[in-house]
Design a binder for this molecule. Sequence first.
Ligand code: ADP
Length: 415
Amino acid sequence: MLLGCIADDFTGGTDLASTLAAAGMRAVQTIGVPDDKIDDADAVIVALKSRTAPREQAVAESVAALRWLQAQGCRQFFFKYCSTFDSTPAGNIGPVIDALMDALDVPLTIACPAFPENGRTVYLGHLFVGDQLLSDSSMKDHPLTPMTDANLVRVLQPQTRHRVGLIAHGTVAAGAAAIENACTSTGSGIAIVDAITATDLHAIGRACAGQHLVTGGSGVAVGLPENFRLSGLLQRHDADTALPQIDGTAAIIAGSCSAATNAQVAHWLKQRPGYRVDVRRLLAGADVVGDALAWVRNQEPQTPVLVYATSTPDEVRAVQEQSGVEWASTQIEQALAEIAWALAQKGIRKFVIAGGETSGAVVKRLGIRALRIGPAIDPGVPWTSSIGGNPVALALKSGNFGTVDFFEKALMRLQ
Ligand code: ADP
C-alpha cells in the first residue's frame, strides 16, 4: 500500500477515494480503523467521524488510524478535511495535524483545502467559495462549524502549536520546484498553500513527492498518484467503478442544512414525496422516527422517498438556542440514522445521504465497515457500495456539494 489517508468525515472520505481512483489508484475506504489487513489497494482511506468530536477523541482516533496505515507499509500519509476548512477555534484540524506531525516526526507540512472544480480556491491565504470569501458564503451559518473568517492563516494559528505560514500564489504559479524551495526555506511549521486552478494542484502534488505528511482537501491529492507512478511504484489502474447490481427502492436522507442541500430538497419536493422531520417535536421527545416510518409505509411501493431535517439557517439557530448545538445535532443525527436503519430492515438498499455528520451517523448505524468506490455523480460525490454481507449502495454527499437536481441525478446514475 502506498498512500495512507485519514479523513475527518465519511463524505470527505468518499470524495478523496473517488479522486484517487480517477487518478489511477486502487482506493478503498474503511469506516473507522479496520480490524484486518486490506489487500489489493494502493490507497486506503480511513474515514473517521472526528471533525466535531471532542479534541482528545479526534486526536486519538487519527493517531490510531495512522498507526494502522503505517503497519500496512504506506509510504506517504494524507490528512483530509473539508474544502471549506470546517473547524471550530478549538479544532480539530490543527490538533490532528499537530499529532500526526509528532507521530511521524516531520517538522513541516502543507495545508491546502482548495478544490477549484467545486469552486473552492485559496488566494493569498484566503479561502473563496465561488466568488465569495468563505466568511461571506453560506458557511458562516453552518450548524456545527460556522466559518466567519476566510483568512486560513488566522483560522489555523490558534488551533496549532506550530507556526502557520503562507506559500502564496506567485510561488505556486512558478511551479513544483519553486513550491518545494519555499517549503525547504520555511523549514518548519504548517504552510497554507494557495491554489486556484487544477494546474496549481498538480504542481503542489509534485512538490509534495518527498513529504511524509500532506494535509488538505481532496483537490490537492489529485497530484499525488503521479509521484508514485514516476518512481515506478504504481501501475496505472483504470478506475474500475463497476458496483455490484443492487435492486430495490431508494431512500434519500438529508440532515445537512447547507445552502446546496436546502436547494436540492426544495427541488425534489416540487415533484416527489418527502417527509420533513419535525425537529422541535423530536427534541421534545415525540416519536418522530415512528411517524416518519409510518409515512414511508403509506407511499406507493417502489417510489423513492426523501426524509429530511434540512432547514433554513434561522430555524437551525432557533433550535440550537433552545436545545444547545451539540445535543440538538446528535439527536437529529441519531433519529435520521434510526430511520435509515429501519428502512434498510424493510429492504431498502440504496441510500443517498446528504451531510457529512449525518452520513457518519447513518453509515455507523447500518454497521458498514468498508466501501467500494463507484461512478461519480457530481465532483466529489461518487456512488459507493458496502463491502461484506448483502451490499448496500450509498451516495454520501457533503452538504454543499452537488447540483440542484443532485438527488434525481444520483438515482438515475444507479439504474
Ligand atoms: P454538512 O455536510 O452540510 O455539514 P452535516 O450532516 O455534517 O451537514 O451537519 C449538519 C448538522 O446539522 C447535523 O449535525 C444535523 O443533525 C444538524 N441538523 C439537521 N437539521 C437540523 C435542524 N433542523 N436544526 C438544527 N440542526 C439540524
